[in-house]
Design a protein. Structure first.
Length: 367
């Protein structure tokens, strides 16, 4: 048998999620509502609907490997040089490219945990060591992260807002942390959910400009609802971006993904609709969860983590029986919690109705 690289050996095989079709068949359900992947339940901008026919004559060509039009538009929006941007097949790809260009065997990645699982996977791919740093009260505590820095630390992965807890870091905490951390350590700020943060939140791009060892990651998968197109981007200083570019496959973002991203940026009304729905939906969750006496974490993303009143496994199957897929918190070491993506307002009402039934039943059983 051909032996795999030792880093790869340590990675648990990927557990593919069941297809929606197979779940429908298994549970005899006509419809399924998927609230497990933090996707956008309002869809995406209607402006992208005609891309295939509009671009028909271009489809047999390789796309622009530089994503020039999108690069120019985003450099204006974010007030950065075009060379400070790198595009990826979703931020999943960018996370892997960062690990591939920076992590050496034996070095360490610091990962505040629970968080997005891919940081750990890419660290192992490089035969480096993931060092998991526990959250404090469901939030990243940068003082604790700082204490874990060793001479082997190469990358610190910070998911802000953090998936699955939805918490955000304050400007002061981040600035103080960045001042203290040696510049030889790369700080990845994964901002997949940053567009959902409401109110006055500070400009992390300025933070990146002031710190040469910081890269920001953004995605079109969440607020713009383009998850199926696979497009995300990084913003960092030019030499950092150039290094990551060396390991990027030259043609990694399709023409239709580039076009969809450009068109989505033009549709601010859709973005506002998504934000309005998110705010109203989270408020409904807070109100109902308070009434049910279930613990939850106030979220700055398009998802919410809360206690289900029963074990996570049980909650997962009870929701599935009703045709709703949610995420069991046990996957993140948070047993008894579930993470539910914000749905349409009616979908959220349905989730909360089921939750009421679950809690009433488990209450009655206790009596
Ligand atoms: C924190 C975080 N980063 C990155 C991603 C991947 O996003 P993309 O669709 O851009 O690959 C996700 C997806 O859920 C995520 O939650």
């Amino acid at each position: 048998m051909v032996k795999e690289r030792s880093g790869v050996e340590k990675i648990a095989p990927y557990q593919a999620a069941k297809s929606l079709e197979s779940i429908k068949r298994e549970y005899g359900l006509p419809e399924i509502i998927k609230l497990a992947g933090n996707e956008n339940r309002l869809g995406c901008s209607s402006k992208v609907a005609n891309i295939l026919s509009d671009q028909h004559s271009q489809l047999s060509f390789y796309p622009d490997s530089n994503c020039t039009a999108l690069r120019e538009t985003l450099s204006e929006i974010h007030k950065v040089e075009p060379e400070q941007l790198i595009f990826g097949n979703g931020s999943f790809e960018l996370i892997a490219l960062i690990a591939h260009s920076y992590l050496e065997e034996g070095e360490e990645s610091l990962i505040p945990y629970p968080t997005f699982g891919w940081y750990q996977n890419v660290t192992l791919q490089m035969n480096a060591t993931p060092v998991m740093v526990p959250l404090k009260d469901f939030a990243i505590d940068l003082d604790v992260v700082f204490q874990q820095i060793s001479d082997k630390t190469k990358i610190i992965w910070i998911c802000n807002p953090n998936n699955p807890t939805g918490t955000i870091l304050s400007e002061e905490a981040l600035k103080t942390f960045l001042k203290k951390v040696p510049k030889s350590i790369l700080i990845v700020l994964d901002e997949a959910y940053i567009d959902f943060v409401e109110g006055e939140y500070f400009n992390t791009i300025e933070l990146m400009k002031a710190n040469e060892n910081v890269i920001l990651l953004r995605t079109f998968s969440k607020i713009y609802g383009l998850a199926s197109f696979r497009i995300g981007y990084g913003i960092g200083n030019v030499s950092l971006i150039q290094r990551i570019n060396k390991v990027r496959s030259p043609i990694n973002v399709s023409l239709i993904a580039q076009q969809a991203a450009l068109l989505s940026l033009e549709d601010q009304a859709f973005k506002q609709k998504v934000l309005d729905n998110n705010r109203k939906s989270l408020d409904l969750y807070y109100l109902t969860l308070d009434a049910l006496g279930l613990q939850y974490i106030r979220s700055h993303g398009n998802f919410i983590l809360f206690q289900a009143g029963v074990e996570g496994d049980k909650a997962e199957s009870l929701f599935l029986e009703k045709g709703i897929i949610i995420r069991n918190g046990s996957e993140f070491g948070l047993n008894g919690f579930i993470r539910v993506s914000v749905g349409t307002y009616e979908e959220n009402e349905k989730v909360l109705e089921i939750l009421k039934e679950i809690t009433q039943k488990s209450h009655n059983q206790e009596e």
